[in-house]
Design a protein. Structure first.
Length: 435
């Protein structure tokens, strides 16, 4: 009798498992959506990948490697030392923030090759407001407190301005002024770099020009790279640092701005070419005399650099990456910076993560995360928790925390103890806080 009951139980169990397998395999009742929504990270990337399982098995393997390929690697809400809450809020942008032919070339296609594109935007804070600027130049305000509401959707207040851009590259609040870095198209598919500023105290935000470059992008590589801005004090003068990209492989003349970081003083004195040898700097952080930048290398060579005056960081001669889509019998670039007269990076990501913004995290976020930095990534779909040595010349550790979406920008709201992520695949805000 007992044996018969055990056999009956096993038959029922096997039948139930078989039915469950068929339900998941064939996605009956949209079951995959509900299963993967309950993962610690609410990543829509995995859901889309599961739905296209039969179309792109290799892509599936790459996605799931993030879960099974690394010993003791953690994913939100759990990290090595603390647990986090992660919430995604949909942002309602203005209806003209959509893809049109005049902006199509600026936005890379999604990895699933659908006829949809990423929605890049940048975030800053001013008093009790969050300032959001989409890549076509619309500017919005939203109250900080709304980030803690139970609503899953955030409706933004659009601000009327006189700003006209082709592509926004970054924004910065310095004291009571908003600075916007952007590209403007010129003849022959050439784009230059610009900064405009506006006073935030007045009711109407009226922008005036702060800087426009005479030089523009190479016609063969017309995407405007770089454009990150931060305030800085150099030789007792306050001004703006701006990164100027250079995706070409040719040597730039000393008087060229391409591949440079520039310092532009507020007092109108001469612009300083602060550093050189940069390919595409997508992150910039300053504090006192310290400058850190993040830089897209060629395939396999994303860098974090400690920036010092008159230093050359190697591009297009030295890189730990190699050209895309090509194979060489010998390295294309020097694999040692210092011995070839260039400054070594503080850290290199092999493979590339699509490196983006970097910020220092105040110590009020967690006693376990003292003197830590947070780095965001695009193709890496992750943030990285970093700590540098006292001279900022070396990264002591890097902890990958998988998010599941491209992250264009990142900031920290100190009074709310919130890490805010600009998720550009669908135009959403990611909100991270400690449990």
């Amino acid at each position: 009798m007992i044996i018969k009951k055990k056999i009956k139980f096993l038959i029922v169990l096997i039948s139930a498992l078989l039915i469950l397998f068929l339900i998941i395999k064939n996605n009956f009742f949209n079951i995959n959506h509900y299963i993967f929504e309950k993962l610690p990270i609410k990543t829509k990337v995995i859901i889309r990948t599961i739905k296209k399982n039969t179309k792109n098995k290799q892509s599936n393997l790459k996605i799931f490697n993030n879960f099974f390929n690394d010993y003791s690697e953690k994913y939100l809400p759990e990290t090595q030392q603390i647990n986090l809450d992660f919430e995604i809020k949909k942002v309602i942008f203005d209806k003209n923030f959509k893809i049109n032919k005049s902006h199509l070339e600026f936005i890379p296609k999604k990895s699933d090759k659908d006829k949809t594109h990423f929605y890049s935007f940048f975030i800053e804070q001013y008093k009790n407001d969050i300032i959001i600027t989409d890549y076509i130049g619309n500017i919005y305000l939203i109250k900080k407190d709304s980030l803690l509401s139970k609503k899953n959707t955030l409706k933004l207040k659009k601000i009327t301005t006189n700003l006209k851009v082709d592509k926004v590259l970054d924004i910065l609040v310095h004291k009571d002024e908003l600075f916007v870095s952007y590209a403007v198209g010129r003849e022959n598919d050439c784009y230059n770099w610009n900064i405009s500023k506006a006073n935030l105290i007045t009711n109407k935000i009226n922008f005036v020009n702060f800087y426009s470059s005479n030089e523009c992008t190479d016609q063969n590589y017309y995407q405007p790279n770089g454009g990150r801005i931060q305030s800085y004090i150099h030789e007792n003068k306050t001004g703006i640092l701006i990164t100027i990209g250079d995706n070409t492989f040719k040597k730039m003349e000393e008087d060229s701005i391409l591949g440079k970081i520039l310092f532009i003083p507020f007092d109108g004195s001469d612009i300083v070419k602060f550093s050189s040898g940069h390919r595409n700097t997508q992150g910039l952080w300053t504090e006192d005399s310290i400058i850190l930048s993040t830089e897209h290398g060629p395939r396999g060579g994303d860098e974090i650099n400690r920036i010092t005056l008159n230093s050359n960081y190697g591009w297009p001669y030295a890189s730990y990456g190699e050209p895309y889509g090509q194979k060489f019998s010998e390295p294309k670039y020097f694999k040692d910076h210092e011995s070839n007269g260039f400054t070594e990076p503080a850290f290199v990501f092999l493979k590339s993560i699509g490196i983006s913004e970097i910020i220092k995290l105040p110590n009020n976020f967690s006693s376990f995360w003292k003197d830590n930095f947070i780095l965001s990534s695009l193709w890496g779909h992750s943030i990285f928790r970093l700590k540098f040595d006292k001279d900022y010349n070396k990264v002591i550790f890097s902890e990958k925390i998988y998010i599941g979406q491209r992250i264009r920008d990142i900031m920290y709201i100190k009074d709310k103890r919130l890490i805010i992520l600009a998720l550009e695949e669908k135009g959403e805000l990611g909100i991270i806080k400690t449990k």
